[in-house]
Design a protein around this ligand. Structure first.
Ligand code: PEP
Length: 253
């Protein structure tokens, strides 16, 4: 039985004061959906303040990225240990990091390993671009991202890994994938590489989220699918009513 997880990626939005206000609004709204694991991912600068609001609550805090080195001359970066001081989760390999900031599969793999080593739960993102989708390369791309991103991990470490299937063409576009289509990618292209690497039990126990224009209005369609275990939510995670509706939809899965 995979516990649904709904994570909000606040991206580069909200000052620290605004992030605190959002956390205060969300806390009473979503704290009672016990069947759902709930996470919010503010910017690095807002994490300590948001973590303070959510301490002792059932809402986890995550970072949107992490560097793979432990310390040293890496200007602008944040280490796994620094993230772990305030967070339980970290998003790694988001398509915006891959497309705009040069995160390669190899870097994703190093970040995943470093984050797991410090005790963080990793939400690793995979997904194809529109061009890759239209040229029939979805399987090839997702398979490569899965294999390279998870290379060298143990079955034991996979207990702290969550995969987010985020077709790039569906992110922030208002054009969500169909629930059946997303489920098919997860079932046919995302669980099989995990089965090949770590065995059937692991491939069936790892949670796989869908991400890409999820809203309060469409979330339940995704959660009705057998291989979709929750959502990674961008835009709608900044709207308390919408995010609450998504959490609620996950709880009645
Ligand atoms: C995301 O960036 O992870 C995402 C899913 O964004 P949106 O929900 O806005 O499409």
């Amino acid at each position: 039985m995979r516990k649904p997880l709904v994570a909000g990626n606040w991206k580069m939005n909200k000052t620290s004061a605004q992030a605190v206000a959002l956390a205060h609004e969300l806390l009473p709204a979503i704290k009672n959906f016990d069947q759902v694991e709930k996470v919010v991912c503010p910017t690095f600068l807002s994490i300590p303040a948001v973590a303070n609001v959510l301490k002792d609550s059932p809402i986890g805090v995550g970072a949107q990225d992490v560097y793979f080195e432990a310390s040293g001359a890496h200007t602008g970066e944040v280490s796994p240990e620094m993230v772990k001081e305030f967070c339980q989760y970290v998003i790694i390999g988001h398509s915006e990091r891959r497309a705009r900031f040069g995160d390669t599969d190899e870097m994703v793999n190093k970040k995943v390993k470093a984050a797991l080593a410090i005790g963080l739960t990793v939400i690793m993102c995979v997904g194809e671009t529109l061009a890759e989708n239209e040229s029939g390369k979805t399987k090839e791309v997702v398979d490569r991202q899965m294999n390279e991103g998870l290379r060298g991990l143990s079955a034991e470490q996979m207990k702290n890994v969550v995969i987010a299937y985020e077709p790039v063409w569906a992110i922030g576009t208002g054009r969500a994938a169909s629930a059946e289509g997303a489920n098919a990618v997860i079932k046919d292209f995302i669980r099989p590489p995990m089965k090949a690497m770590f065995g059937d039990a692991v491939s069936q126990s790892v949670r796989v989220l869908y991400g890409g224009s999820v809203t309060g209005a469409n979330a339940s369609e995704f959660f009705a699918q057998p291989d979709i275990d929750g959502a990674l939510v961008g835009g709608a995670s900044l709207k308390p009513l919408d995010f609450t509706a998504i959490v609620q939809a996950a709880s009645s899965r």
